[in-house]
Design a binder for this molecule. Structure first.
Ligand code: COI
Length: 332
């Protein structure tokens, strides 16, 4: 079996190399993303592993079919940038890594919230200037707040545990109810109720697609005054301009954004010597009431190792047995 792994960052290499040695399977490591041009490097290989934020071009799958490659294994969880129709047309199966570390994302949600509740961004900026005054950066305590968790999959459930550990009241919304959380009476009936009753709303759901947002001027109007939004899920769940305006006007307290609707090509790039043309992002970065980070919630040693190795294990299972526990249902 010969595998090829695209879009590999330096920090992933050692885990792939170790896996290759342990499993005695050749894995060609390629730092380029998977595109209609680079896919030709896969000729002669049995399966393609990849991770990228850019959309996967349909032509990639025509080429894979031509080369007799019928499995694409992703190193991440989100499949929103993969055109399912092109996979189906070319009889290509898709796997992801659904659970590389729910705790990494959940812990980050709380990390961002604590930083915002204690006004750390502003305080650190002041101290950098040798201004050591307390006011106006008085903090708020998490144990006094109601946290609304939107989405109770693995990440949402890991977040709930941590928020409860801090003594917060936790309520949750999901279309599908987890039996344990149901028993605890944690679910509210609808999203509107979650928005109305929460001091903090943390998003743990996939993209809604088709330009649909969950947080926008209409839903923000339903939220409690002074509430906080946390997004470690997908940038397009939020209309960022509406969110910025709500914070600037004082309706909302602030937000923790680890994802952004226009992050592709920006996050994980060094743009320090370039003109910055995204006015909304610029305002968010400058505001002390926004904790903005470049999609780093997942970025831990545990998660990166799991992404590298679980994707390869899924590929081996697909090639040896025709399926794997991480295969995506392309009909959904
Ligand atoms: C995903 O796994 O889909 C993520 O959002 C993390 C990604 C930046 C590797």
């Amino acid at each position: 079996m010969r595998l090829i792994d695209f879009g590999v960052r330096e920090d992933e290499k050692k885990y792939i190399e170790e896996w290759s040695k342990e499993n005695n399977i050749e894995v060609k490591i390629v730092s380029d993303l998977l595109t209609p041009e680079t896919v030709q490097l896969a000729k002669g290989y049995d399966g393609i592993v990849a991770y990228q934020q850019l959309p996967y071009d349909e032509k990639i799958f025509d080429a894979m079919n031509e080369y007799g490659i019928h499995v694409l294994s992703l190193r991440n969880v989100g499949v929103d940038n993969v055109p399912f129709a092109a996979l189906k047309k070319n009889q290509i199966r898709l796997t992801n890594v659904p659970s590389y570390s729910p705790e990494a994302i959940a812990e980050y949600s709380v990390t961002g919230l604590m930083a915002l509740l204690r006004n750390l961004k502003h305080m650190i900026r002041k101290v950098d200037q040798h201004d050591f005054q307390w006011a106006p950066d008085i903090g708020r305590e998490l144990n006094q707040l109601t946290v609304g968790v939107a989405g109770t999959g693995r990440i949402g459930r890991a977040a709930i545990k941590i928020y409860q550990g801090f003594g917060a009241k936790v309520i949750a919304y999901d279309k599908f109810h987890n039996p344990e959380l149901e028993k605890e009476g944690m679910y509210v009936d609808d999203l509107d109720t979650l928005l109305k009753e929460s001091d903090v709303v943390t998003l743990h759901i996939p993209s809604l697609g088709k330009g649909h947002t969950l947080i926008n001027s209409k839903s923000i109007a339903e939220m409690k005054d002074n509430a906080i939004v946390i997004n470690t899920a997908r940038g397009d769940l939020i209309n960022t301009k509406d969110l910025y305006d709500a914070v600037a006007s004082g309706k909302l307290y602030g937000a923790v954004l680890d994802v952004y609707e226009k992050e592709v090509g920006v996050f994980n790039s060094d743009l320090s010597d370039q003109e910055f043309s995204d006015d909304v992002l610029d305002k968010v970065i400058k505001s002390p009431r926004f904790i903005l980070t470049p999609h780093i919630a997942f970025y831990t040693t545990k998660a990166v190792k799991n992404m590298a190795t679980v994707s390869l294990n899924a590929m081996v299972s697909e090639l040896n047995t025709g399926t794997s526990e991480n295969e995506i249902d392309l009909e959904k």
